[in-house]
Design a protein around this ligand. Sequence first.
Ligand code: GRF
Length: 209
Amino acid sequence: MKRIAILVSGRGSNFEAIARNIRAGKLEAEIAAVIANNPEAKALDTARDLGLNAILLPSKGIDTDTYAAQVVAALAPLEIDLICLAGFMRRVGQPLLDAYAQRILNIHPSLLPSFPGLHVQQQALDYGVKFSGCTVHFVDAGLDTGPIVAQAAVPILDDDTADTLAARILVEEHKIFTEAVKLVLSGNYRIEGRRVVATRYLRAGSSSS
Ligand code: GRF
């Protein structure tokens, strides 16, 4: 069984969606650890309630690379195949990128490369785009720049606020993150330049919602 670690900072709905899909048999994987950098993260309580290995590793006042080394040390004994950043609000330092090269995924609530960074639903509204959405990508040293594994588009309505748009995008996030994890854990892909190309269709009927 492939083993994933999930890094969170807050609410943790993407983490919950992955946990739910695993329990429903839609994703074959085990959550070996949930690491929160923020003691207030609701996701920590959820992880404990689910009986998962919930680890609080506070990042406040710690520089990016030192913190990344601490995460590497915490994960080392757990034999992790893939790290999922699910609302993890810190940059990922080099020690983590080196230890898990092309084995870290992030979910971002816009159609990258449009609107990297923070407050992206508001950025999309302010720019006036008619579609936004969400992206799962490999994490590299840049800000939301790694090769894209999955995306979903969401139309922007005339009366959308950042909150209503975020809520509709979140529904899609909960679907594509599991799909992306499934593809990457299957190993049935290759990275050609910036493109992530599936090398074999996943088993019919194995897609999740
Ligand atoms: C999501 O919108 C995710 O795309 C972004 O942060 C938010 C986290 O939400 N990176 P949750 O903690 O998974 O509910």
